[in-house]
Ligand binder design. Structure first.
Ligand SMILES: Nc1ncnc2c1ncn2[C@@H]1O[C@H](COP(=O)(O)OP(=O)(O)O)[C@@H](O)[C@H]1O
Ligand SMILES: [Mg+2]
Length: 311
């Protein structure tokens, strides 16, 4: 067992009547990770988060957050966790600054240190020019960024963000993802739930895939890719439509090559690993040409589709 587990659940279960929303979940998240809880709507992500926060009592099983039991030590958990719910509640008729001041005071900040922290955060989330406007005038993306400032105000050890990118435009999404990277650089462990996968691939070090209350796969994106797709998840694209037979033969001799296909005006070599160096050498030997190659890795989206095929 690792010493650095910051979240650990054991057989964590939540039932509502006969319905099981979270089913015997064993989640292990290491300190410093950006961990994605991924799964379609209704998979049990929010229920899991609520149990991590101590807002919802497990039916059975256990949860530890930084070693604390959220039901028995709710204040300790809340003091180190910054939580952004799916529907962030701000006071719409108060300005962005007043909203952050309110949260800051709840977390024990006062006077000049409160002001300095808020100014710093407005800078980080790119809302300095909007600080004195009522939150009611903000776009959804701006509210999400303000939500991140709100979470960061107390310098949490863990940030839990429920669907932070849902319903915002691509530009807003990128801004939120950049902020998540900033949090990770500041050594905050970040847990994000989402049903939007390719976005999270950019920021997550680990993911857990949820389906109907169960964790059906967990690990690094890379490991999940290997397990789900098993083979051929590297695509090396050569800028030639047709390869001479002897070049094909050379390529086929490279260990790990799965297939060679012509696609539009290029040739796609699928392989178990990034074999672009060997491929370059084979083409150079056979043709005397040095080719520019593009290597594509699998997308989390593909992995996810593989898991949910037929479900
Ligand atoms: N308070 C509740 N009472 C009854 N069913 C609930 C309650 N909260 C959540 N559920 C059900 O549990 C399942 C998981 O919900 P949720 O955790 O919100 O999923 P997700 O966040 O992955 O979309 C859903 O089917 C939802 O309808
Ligand atoms: Mg949810």
């Amino acid at each position: 067992m690792s010493d650095n587990l910051i979240v650990e659940t054991r057989n964590l279960t939540k039932t509502y009547g006969k319905f099981t929303a979270v089913n015997s979940l064993n989640l292990r998240i290491e300190e410093g990770e950006v961990f994605g809880l991924l799964g379609p709507n209704g998979a049990g992500k929010t229920t899991t988060i609520l149990m991590l926060m101590g807002f919802c009592e497990p039916t059975s099983g256990s949860v530890l957050v930084n070693g604390y039991n959220p039901l028995r030590e709710p204040i300790k958990v809340k003091s180190i966790v910054g939580y952004m719910p799916e529907k962030i509640g701000f006071y719409d008729d108060m300005t962005a600054r007043e909203n952050l001041e309110y949260t800051g005071r709840l977390n024990g900040l006062r006077g000049s240190s409160l002001k300095a922290r808020i100014d710093e955060l407005f800078e980080v989330v790119g809302l300095r020019d909007r600080a004195n406007q009522p939150v009611g005038t903000f776009s959804h993306g701006m509210k999400q960024r303000l939500g991140i400032a709100d979470v960061m105000i107390k310098r949490p050890k863990i940030a839990i963000l429920d669907e932070p990118t849902s319903g915002i435009d691509p530009e807003g999404t990128d801004q939120v993802l950049d902020l998540i990277k900033t949090m990770a650089q500041q050594k905050v462990t970040v847990i994000i739930s989402s049903h939007l996968l390719h976005q999270l691939q950019k920021v997550c070090t680990g993911v857990g895939i949820f389906s109907r209350g169960q964790l059906i796969a967990t690990g690094s994106v890379d490991k999940l890719g290997r397990e789900a797709l098993r083979k051929g998840h590297y695509h090396i694209i050569l800028p030639i439509a047709q390869l001479a037979d002897r070049v094909r033969e050379e390529i086929n001799r490279i260990p790990g090559v799965r297939s060679i296909d012509s696609v539009a005006d290029s040739t796609v070599v699928a392989a178990d690993d990034d074999i672009s160096a060997e491929l370059g050498r084979a083409v150079l030997e056979a043709t005397g040409l040095k080719l520019q190659m593009k290597v594509e890795e699998f997308e989390l989206e593909d992995i996810y589709k593989q898991y949910f095929k037929g479900s």
